[in-house]
Unconditional design. Structure first.
Length: 483
């Protein structure tokens, strides 16, 4: 679905009722909101930022149609003057964000909105909807891809995806996270990426025997022959029939072909298949496996040196199996009163849920080609803090949940501000990059993450800390909070 087809009604009801409240009371100050998340999905140590550019495109084109306004009036909740205002609604704010494909970590703002509170309120739902879903799937794809030692990953999840819209956006995210192709033909067209597929068991069953089915398929697709060998008996009939057909292709000079296994003991069957293929002189034959794979199964297969050349992953990738949602939130960080932006703080009995106030940026320290830690700092101190970074001075990082825990980083090579302006006055500043470019960003960035952060079991917690000024502000506001 194109962004121009997405109505501004793609929001929660309370966003609209709050907007009317701000409009009716004349209380519509400039505000700053942070979008961040509190916990990595899948028990992991990192996440992939995805969904940014589709969200920006939707926000830029967000409109209320006449039929939208008629519907809102029919609810009995909205006044005519408010509906008249919505008729001309445009988002006219600024948005700062990490680069799509970046590695992101809990607590740090990955997107920051500057707008009137009425406008900022409306785009909360669509921003979270796009970024939560795609970041979840991109992170899952990244885990699967790296579990397979970066062997080709084919996204096969269309039939198990959450509806048509969910299928397209999830495929996009899977490609960002590491998939190199998809079975989703519409996604292939929309995103200009390779589409891949083999055959169904029904193709094999539709003919008298496997040999005939394979022969017909190879005649039709001689340069794209991947034969599904597990319909009846993989080792006794499927692979022998495939060998007969593939030998004929090789005699014609065609050597790009393979087999696919979709059931059974994958370690045992792939090793036996490899032996049989090699003995038949088909060393070029690739082995593709599928069948409810995830990062843990793939990691186990790789640890056993299973001779697998590519993985086709569907259900557990496209649905984000293992984590129901990404968990991103959108919280007010500052509001303008009397010409000044005043910090705002959401307080919780759980300190991890107490937000970080004020207008902030995130600085990522690197050394030796690896990420060291991220520092959240007030935007007003950005010039001073960058001067300190450029002089390679020691920098103190404060734990965001404790004013007494701190760590000094004295040895680093560079520090990069991560939040950059992506939209100004409601207009995108750059065209969206292609999926392959975003994927390249994600893969290159992940190479900079320490292996201890990427491991599946008890990953190391990457440090996201606060500057001294931010820490002081946060705990001063906590001390003076009326609650």
């Amino acid at each position: 679905m194109m962004s121009s087809e997405i109505s501004a009604l793609h929001t929660d009801l309370y966003q609209l009722t709050m907007m009317q409240g701000y409009y009716a009371t004349g209380h519509n100050p400039e505000a700053v909101f942070d979008l961040f998340f509190r916990q990595n999905p899948f028990g992991g140590g990192y996440s992939i930022f995805a969904g940014l550019h589709p969200a920006l495109e939707i926000i830029e084109n967000l409109r209320f149609s006449e039929s939208d306004l008629v519907y809102l009036k029919s609810t009995g909740l909205f006044q005519d003057n408010f509906l008249a205002m919505l008729r001309d609604f445009r988002f006219r704010g600024d948005i700062y964000a990490f680069e799509e494909g970046s590695i992101i970590f809990p607590q740090e703002p990955v997107l920051r909105v500057h707008a009137s509170i009425l406008e900022a309120q409306l785009i909360e739902t669509i921003s979270l909807n796009m970024i939560n879903h795609q970041s979840l799937i991109a992170t899952k794809a990244s885990r699967i891809f790296h579990a397979g030692r970066q062997k080709p990953l084919l996204e096969f999840g269309l039939r198990r995806a959450h509806g048509v819209d969910g299928a397209l956006s999830a495929t996009r995210a899977a490609l960002i996270g590491g998939a190199e192709s998809t079975s989703n033909v519409a996604a292939g067209k929309d995103y200009s990426v390779p589409v891949r597929g083999t055959m169904a068991h029904s193709w094999v069953m539709a003919f008298g025997n496997e040999a005939e089915a394979f022969e017909k398929y190879a005649e039709l697709y001689p340069h794209n022959t991947i034969l599904l060998v597990d319909t009846y008996n993989t080792l006794e009939s499927g692979i022998p029939a495939a060998i007969s057909v593939l030998r004929k292709l090789k005699e014609k000079g065609i050597t790009k072909f393979g087999i696919r296994l979709d059931s059974g003991d994958m370690e045992y069957l792939t090793k036996e298949a490899r032996r049989m293929l090699d003995d038949a002189g088909l060393v070029e034959c690739k082995i593709l496996v599928s069948n409810d794979l995830d990062e843990f199964i793939i990691q186990e297969l790789e640890s056993k040196n299973s001779p697998i050349d590519a993985y086709g992953v569907g259900t557990r990738l496209i649905t984000g199996d293992g984590s129901a949602s990404f968990g991103g939130v959108y919280k007010l960080a500052a509001i303008k009163e009397g010409g000044l932006f005043l910090p705002r703080l959401k307080v919780s009995n759980n300190m991890e849920k107490t937000t970080n106030p004020g207008i902030k940026n995130v600085y990522r320290l690197e050394s030796g080609g690896s990420y060291l830690a991220d520092l959240m700092a007030m935007e007003e101190e950005s010039e001073n803090i960058m001067e300190k970074f450029n002089r390679k001075e020691p920098v103190t990082f404060y734990h965001p949940a404790s004013p007494y825990e701190k760590k000094i980083y004295a040895h680093y090579e560079s520090a990069t501000p991560m939040l950059r302006k992506r939209m100004e006055k409601g207009k995108r500043l750059q065209p969206a990059p292609g999926i392959c470019d975003i994927r390249a960003t994600a893969l290159s960035n992940l190479e900079k993450v320490h292996p201890s952060v990427k491991r599946f079991l008890n990953p190391h917690v990457y440090k996201v800390s606060a500057s001294e000024n931010l820490s002081r502000l946060k705990f001063r506001l906590l001390e003076n909070h009326p609650g």
